[in-house]
Ligand binder design. Structure first.
Ligand SMILES: C[S@@+](CC[C@H](N)C(=O)[O-])C[C@H]1O[C@@H](n2cnc3c(N)ncnc32)[C@H](O)[C@@H]1O
Length: 193
């Protein structure tokens, strides 16, 4: 896991947001327990969570979507250095558009891209998810603003309102089981029945 430490250090030095340590342990637990075969990730950044998932599930493949060209250059280098590049497909562009044209089935989805888009991405992701497949959505409690009714900061209003709607959509869908963990910035584990 030396490479992971280096990626983490690079992220810190360059102020690139990656998985928080406390959220990382939940992702690790899920990947170790379910050993997914085909993983989809929304929000590659520099490949930290992607490398982590591939290292913990040795038979898996990863499709990961990122809109930033600069991040993809670094992510590609990190997948190469970790000898994982052959198991990865990196798609560049807006994830909300790209997922509409994917036609594989995934048994694990790590949702960690633009928070205001989770709501719009949900129906497409559910189509791509296998029965008993899992979605782990990060940041669903966004800075403690999602629960409660304190006045919303203008800058984050759309994110918070859309995350509330996302949670409602998930919780009212009879085909899904879900729970929210108040860990890190809030994680939602969603399973398709
Ligand atoms: C929190 S970071 C991902 C961190 C990464 N999963 C990790 O833990 O190592 C979110 C990423 O989503 C990307 N992103 C934002 N909007 C996007 C979009 N519409 N489509 C694809 N990627 C997007 C950002 O550029 C950023 O790299």
């Amino acid at each position: 896991m030396k490479n992971l430490r280096e990626i983490e250090d690079y992220a810190k030095a360059n102020k690139i947001p990656i998985l928080l340590p406390e959220s990382r342990s939940i992702l690790e637990e899920l990947i170790l327990k379910y050993q997914p075969q085909n993983i989809l990730e929304i929000g590659t950044a520099i490949g930290f969570s992607g490398c982590l998932m591939l290292l913990l599930s040795t038979n898996s493949k990863l499709t990961t979507i990122e809109k930033s060209d600069d991040a993809i250059i670094v992510a590609k280098r990190n997948f190469e250095k970790s000898n994982l590049i052959e198991r990865v497909t990196i798609l560049q562009g807006d994830a909300t558009e790209i997922i509409k044209s994917l036609n594989s089935q995934f048994d694990f989805i790590f949702l960690d891209g633009p928070k205001a888009q989770y709501l719009y991405q949900l129906p497409f992701l559910l189509n791509l998810l296998t029965k008993n497949g899992i979605i782990l959505a990060d940041n669903v409690l966004f800075r403690d603003m999602v629960k409660g009714d304190a006045p919303l900061n203008r800058r984050y209003k759309k994110i918070v309102i859309n995350l509330r709607k996302f949670i409602q959509e998930v919780e009212s869908n009879a085909e899904l089981n879900s729970k929210i963990l108040s860990i890190g910035d809030g994680l939602m584990i969603i399973t398709k029945k």
